[in-house]
Each structure stands twice: as C-alpha cells, then as structure tokens.
Write a protein that binds this ligand. Structure first.
Ligand code: NAP
Length: 490
C-alpha cells in the first residue's frame, strides 16, 4: 500500500496555467478521472497567477484568449486584465470539476522513467513520491523570471521587484523608481507606475516596435450578444483571422509589413513630440523579430515630466541606485526589473531522466527541441504543452494548446487501445521535423535580432514560424509512423 507521501495516478499534469487546465478539462470530459495537476504556486493560473504588476493585460483580444469550448461572455474589455483572466481560469476550473485534482503549493523536482514498471516516478521538493503512467508538462516557456546580469544587483538597499513576481505591498507613491527593460511587461507597467511615482527612470537597452492597441470597453449589448454562441464564434474567428493577418507582416515585402511600419511610425510621431526622445524610441531591429507591443499609453507615459528614458548602458547596481557606463548615477528608492523570463531551457529546475537514465538537459544540450513541441525521443509517455518552438509573436497561445492536448490524448488512447506499455516519438521523426523547422527559420525575421525566442547558441528554440492553423492541422492527429509503441517485453 502507498504511504501518505506516495500516490499513484494515471496522469500527472505539471502546472495549472492555461495549458494544464486545458489538459485537465479534456481528461475529465474524456472520462479520465485519475489525474492530478501539480502546481508550485499556491493558486492556479500559471503565468496569470505570477503576472500581477499594475497594468497587466493580455496582449491579444480576449475573445481569442478563451478556449473554443469555453467562451467567456463576461469580458469587461477587449484586452482583459490579468485579474479578469485569472477569474476566468478559476471559474472554469470550478465548473469543470478540476479543483479536487489540484495539488497546489507543491514543486516537482525530479522525474525518472522506470522502464520495468513503464511509469514515471516523480519526487516533490517536500519529499513526496508520485507514480504516473503519463506525465504532461504544461509549465510553458514564460515561467522562471530572469533577473538582469548586473554587478551589485543583490546590494540594492531598497525594494527590488520583478515584473513576474510583483509585490503590491511595496509603495510606489512619491518614490523614485527605476525600471530596467522595455519589453511587453515594461510597456504595460510603466504607465501606471509613472502616474504614481515622484520620478521614474526607464532604462532602455533596445527600443521595441509599438503599435496602437485597439482596446475598448465591452458594454451590456456586447455581453448580451456574446451569450449567442454563433456570434461569440464569429467574433473569436474574426480576431484569430485579424491576428493571422498581422503575422503576414513578418514576411519581407508583404503589404501588411508596410501597414505595420506605418502604424508604428504614425504612433511614435503622434505621441512623442520631443525629436530626441522619438529618435531614442526608434527600433533598430526588423519589425516582428520580437513580440510586438500594442500600447496607447506607453509613449505618453515616457513623455511625462516626471519620467526619463535613459539609454546609456547600466554599469552597476549600487545600494542607493544605478551607476551608468558614463559615470552618471540615478538615485532610486525602488528598482523594477521587467527583464523577462529564462526561456532557453524549458523545465529548468525539474530534473527529467528518460530511457537509460538520460537527462533531458543532455538531450537538449544544443537547445531545446521536441516533435511539434510535444514529444521528445528517449522520453516515453512524456508530453510537453507549449514546448519548444510553439510560441508566436502575434497570436493567442490557446490556439496552440488545444490541438496539442488533442495530440496527447490521441497518443494515450492509441497506446492503451493497443495494450502497449508506452509510446515514444521516433528519433528520426523528431529530427526530420526539427530540421525542416530550423530550415524555415534560417534567414527569417526572427533570426535578425536577439530575443527570448533564441538559445545562447542562436538557435531559435521557442518560436513557431507558421500560422496557428498550420500548427493545429499538423498536430491534432498524431501521425502513426512518427511514434513507436513499447510492447510488453520492453
Ligand atoms: P522581454 O520581452 O524578454 O524583455 C526583457 C527586457 O529587459 C528587454 O527590454 C531587455 O533588453 C531588458 N533587459 C534584460 N536584461 C537587461 C540588462 N541586463 N540590462 C538592461 N536591460 C535588460 O520580457 P517581457 O517584457 O517580460 O516579455 C516576455 C514575453 O512575455 C513577451 O514577449 C510576451 O510574449 C509575454 N508577455 C505577455 C504579456 C501579455 O500577454 N499581456 C505581458 C507581458 C509579457 P533587450 O531587449 O536589449 O534584451
């Protein structure tokens, strides 16, 4: 019999963000009840649990940020804020009966494939053991926060915040605040901080492409209409179609590229009067190489009298502020690092040992890769959701999560129907898939700047180059020849 610290499950899902919840819902709806969702945070939501900085909003229209099978007619605005998305997730988990399956506040630290038993043996940080036939890792690429590699960072005497680990208790009102970073997170948190801080300095290493945000409040009529399934479907499809058109703007010479350039240029000229500031905000890399920023409030915030944009490289962090490469100092009370996530190595901090004890880190020594971002050769019965090369710079991740979940369920069903012990992607199928993917990425817009899409060796490990529809068509039904079943004598 299992000890209180030992449990057995048909499926263990790691992470209670959008992809973990989607997996749980589809398991439950498919009649599979023997599963747990293990989440290190004390609440569900994944990145939406972590993202609590002021101004945090989804950066695609909310109708495209609800599952196709669970529309939300109650969005208060087109670009819903983080708290509203977290409420959607919470309500969904409750409605779909997922709450009893959640193991919150538990961190999985190790997974070992036991070939003899054909199961994963998992260990938590607190020392509990879980056995599972299937392991689904749904931690996504945007999980561990990345702090800037600046000398003296730990010596800063005041509060130091990261955009992905916000602490509301830190007062901003009347303080001198420094923000390092100018990506999607910074563009959202700078405007509300600028309204509160006595003085705000934004430290920019690279200027990014900013486009107008077509935001608006949803009124009672919108919500009434959104309760009509045909209308809700139409709106969702409409936005997905618009976002795919934006993607066309990443192709050299496409008219959409011209339109996006004009919109970005127009916004900068309309919102930034000071020519020196405008010049400093002009991006120096091709549009689309990093995720686009949609904001109507970022540039006006930078133009406020209490806000300064400083583009001089930071030399060091000192106890009372930042020292720049030209010797100037910025005294600060609060330091905000909007410096993104450690994305080069998915599942960092979680030691995964597959067939023959092979460590996933060794399999990924040249950069993370998987078959369609989902399965890794040598790691049977393991699936990743939002794994390598499934991120996009233009659309909703949910469009990638849903078909990947169907792929996982189909693999499980095939294995169990065949009476096999396990399923594993063929190394040659995975290699061919990745060779084709990398060939498409050579010379693409994403190869022309550094970004979180790339590993240290330059390989583009996070981004999918095609449309969401292409990804869905490729993965929804796994190709039989891509996988091999481990039979009873394995
Ligand atoms: P990010 O795009 O990786 O941006 C990090 C920023 O920090 C960059 O401006 C970077 O400069 C700067 N930085 C890093 N280290 C630095 C250093 N040592 N000195 C100076 N500057 C430094 O991170 P993010 O803004 O958190 O966004 C990451 C992703 O999260 C986005 O692309 C998006 O997919 C997602 N996101 C989504 C939402 C949403 O849906 N609402 C909101 C926020 C984020 P360089 O550019 O020069 O490297």
């Amino acid at each position: 019999m299992d000890s209180p610290h030992e449990s057995r499950h048909r499926v263990v899902v790691l992470g209670a963000g959008m992809s973990g919840l989607c997996m749980g819902i589809r398991l439950k709806r498919g009649g599979i009840d023997d599963f747990v969702i293990v989440e290190k945070q004390p609440g569900l939501g994944g990145t939406w649990w972590d993202t609590r900085y002021p101004g945090a909003q989804v950066d695609v229209p909310a109708p495209a940020y609800a599952f196709s099978f669970a529309p939300n007619p109650d969005w208060s605005r087109r670009f819903a804020d983080a708290a509203e998305i977290q409420s959607y997730q919470q309500a969904l988990a409750g409605r779909e009966g997922l709450l009893p399956h959640l193991r919150l506040g538990e961190t999985l630290v190790e997974a070992c494939w036991d070939e003899a038993a054909a199961e994963w043996r998992l260990r938590t940080a607190a020392g509990a053991t879980l056995h599972a036939r299937w392991l689904v890792c749904s931690t996504g690429p945007l999980s561990p926060p990345r702090w800037p590699d600046l000398p003296g960072l730990d010596r800063f005497a005041g509060p130091r915040l990261h955009s992905a680990r916000w602490d509301d208790a830190v007062p901003i009102e009347g303080r001198r605040v420094g923000v390092i970073g100018t990506g999607s997170s910074a563009a959202q948190l700078v405007p509300p901080l600028a309204r509160k801080a006595a003085r705000l300095v934004v430290f920019q290493r690279s200027a990014n492409w900013v486009l107008p945000r077509l935001d608006r409040r949803y009124h009672a009529l919108d919500r009434w209409l959104a309760r009509r399934p045909a209308y809700a479907r139409l709106v969702r499809r409409g936005w997905v179609g618009v976002l795919e058109q934006v993607r066309r703007g990443f192709d050299d010479g496409h008219p959409m590229r011209f339109l996006l350039h004009s919109l970005a240029h127009g916004l900068r000229h309309a919102q930034v009067r000071d020519p020196a500031l405008r010049a400093a905000l002009a991006p120096r890399y091709p549009l689309g190489c990093r995720r686009l920023i949609f904001s109507n409030t970022y540039y006006p915030a930078l133009a406020r009298p209490n806000v300064q944009l400083d583009t001089t490289p930071i030399a060091a962090v000192e106890p009372d502020g930042l020292r720049l490469a030209d010797g100037r100092g910025h005294p600060l009370d609060v330091l905000v690092c909007a410096t993104g996530f450690d994305t080069a190595r998915p599942l960092a901090g979680f030691a995964v040992h597959g067939l023959g004890g092979r460590h996933l880190d060794d399999a990924w020594a040249e950069g993370a890769q998987a078959h369609h971002g989902i399965s890794v050769a040598g790691f049977p019965n393991l699936f990743l959701l939002l794994g390598p090369n499934t991120a996009t710079g233009h659309t909703s991740t949910l469009l990638f999560i849903e078909p990947a979940v169907e792929h996982v369920l189909a693999c499980m069903a095939r294995t169990e129907a065949a009476g096999a012990r396990a399923i594993e992607v063929r190394a040659e199928a995975m290699a061919a898939h990745n060779a084709a993917l990398q060939a498409r990425l050579v010379g693409s817009v994403w190869s022309r700047c550094h970004s979180w899409y790339r590993a240290g060796n330059g390989r583009i490990v996070a981004l999918f180059p095609g449309s969401a529809a292409e990804y869905a068509a490729a993965v929804r039904v796994p190709r039989e020849h891509d996988y091999r079943l481990h039979d009873g004598a394995a």
